[in-house]
Design a protein around this ligand. Structure first.
Ligand code: IMP
Length: 441
């Protein structure tokens, strides 16, 4: 399951829905920059560093090798889930996941401030959770891994090396107490930390179902996103294989998750951004505020040029379209089908190399018919009768997305609750045109 836009597509909700049939749920990238919100009968829970599988009995939630984990925050998150009685499945943490240190948070803020000093327009607006610097140190090969926390000498040696590299940073905490804190926290987390590759290979060999839960999203991919306004990992289907250690040949389906509109948090090009009253409406009705940082999200309209790009890059086999209820009651719903470039040519496919070129395109919209408000009675009908109870204009909207991207829509989210996701039927088998016929009966 992969985010198809700029993040915050309600992946937590879809992943929780899909986890009902999974034995393992694996997070493969990112770290505490993530905030997957899940609305449970017991109240809301926001997961940062653990996979949603931990919320379900009989399920294993794996924080995989591709992640960068802040151990002290991870411990807090686990204790909080335990306190609320929500840690029902099993938690497993990869020994290969890298440790995100307090110094990375300092460095993240320092780097982004430096960008702003050099050029105010260049600030990325990162989550300031230390993600970029933690991945830098992983590739610098002086990082500390979760499994290293049980070896105090290694922790000490790496910290000294890291501090030598980062001597220019202001306000670094002293090494001794930090080393002690890391080793002590590591000892308390040790029961969860183990090699996850063999566990997952065995699971796949047994035929257990394994769900890879993407965090961040395609357009934030460090190589294929809107560079440099991206995160530092690979939140794509290929990245999920690398970040879990499961071979690519074992991948069956790739579900792309996209909102019925679009949001972005942080800086970077956003062609369909609507800074007017309708954008404000989306922010208010959609509750578009970051689950991790509390920042207001920028809002705009569904962009099919970007969705086609994400579909081709990730090999989506189906789509989950979320938050359709937010648009309920609108007369028309704008959907961007292509861009006009400054020289007058049109583009339907691909992403320019330079983010500033994407910032200059003019989106061309089709205005589709809107659908009614998702009041309780309609939700009840959809819960009872399934996809056939979805309003006709909404079905046409979903069909339009399927035709324009070549990927069938398989799931629709029509409210925040756990049960407010409807399955539209299996995607058409490969080889047949991927039209949406599943609900025609
Ligand atoms: P970083 O991941 O903290 O380095 O932030 C880099 C960019 O990715 C910033 O624009 C962030 O706002 C964005 N970003 C990171 N994580 C998320 C997420 O979970 N949802 C949405 N945007 C994110």
């Amino acid at each position: 399951m992969i985010g198809a836009q700029f993040g915050d597509e309600a992946k937590g909700k879809i992943s929780d829905f899909l986890a009902a049939d999974a034995r393992y749920v694996v997070r493969s990238a990112g770290g505490p920059n993530t905030g997957h919100t899940i609305h449970l009968p017991e109240g809301n829970v926001v997961l940062h560093q653990v996979a949603c599988g931990v919320l379900r009995h009989g399920c294993v939630g794996v924080s995989g090798p591709g992640m960068v984990l802040q151990p002290m925050k991870l411990e807090e998150e686990v204790l909080e889930l335990q306190r609320r009685g929500l840690l029902r499945g099993e938690l497993v943490v990869s020994e290969r996941a890298h440790v995100l240190l307090p110094v990375h948070e300092i460095e993240d803020a320092w780097q982004d401030d430096l960008r702003a000093v050099k050029n105010p327009g260049a600030q990325l607006g990162t989550t300031r959770r230390g993600i970029g610097p933690a991945y830098e140190d992983r590739y610098g090969r002086w990082g500390i891994r979760m499994g290293d926390l049980s070896r105090p000498a290694v922790v000490r040696e790496r910290l000294e090396l890291l501090y030598a590299v980062k001597a220019h940073l202001p306000g670094l905490p002293p090494i001794d107490p930090l080393a002690a804190q890391l080793v002590e926290t590591g000892a308390r987390l040790a029961p969860y930390v183990r090699p996850t590759e063999t566990m997952l290979w065995d699971a796949v060999a047994r035929g257990d179902s394994v769900l890879l839960e993407g965090a961040q999203s395609t357009l934030l991919d460090v190589d294929f996103g809107t560079y440099p306004y991206v995160t530092s990992s690979h939140p794509t289907s290929a990245g999920a294989m690398m970040g879990s250690g499961i071979p690519p040949t074992e991948l069956d389906t790739v579900v792309g998750v996209a909102k019925a509109y679009c949001t972005r948090v942080g800086a970077g090009p956003f062609p369909t951004e609507d800074s007017g009253p309708r954008g404000e409406f989306l922010r208010r009705v959609g509750g578009e505020r970051g689950a991790t940082t509390g920042r207001e999200r920028r809002t705009g309209w569904l962009d099919l040029v970007l969705l086609r790009y994400a579909a081709r890059l990730n090999g989506f086999t189906s789509l989950a379209i979320t938050k359709v209820d937010v648009l309920g009651g609108e007369d028309t719903v704008p959907v961007c089908v292509q861009y006009v470039l400054p020289d007058g040519t049109t583009v339907r496919d691909g992403l320019p190399l330079d983010a500033s070129d994407l910032a200059k395109v003019q989106p061309v919209y089709e205005r589709l018919d809107g659908w009614p408000l998702f009041h309780e009675r309609l939700k009840e009908r959809v819960r009872r009768e399934g996809a056939s109870a979805l309003p006709v204009p909404l079905r046409q909207f979903l069909e339009f997305i399927a035709q324009e991207t070549g990927v069938p829509v398989e799931y629709v989210g029509y409210g925040p609750g756990r049960e407010e996701t409807v399955w539209l039927g299996p995607p058409a088998p490969p080889g047949r045109p991927r039209a949406m016929t599943a609900w025609s009966g």
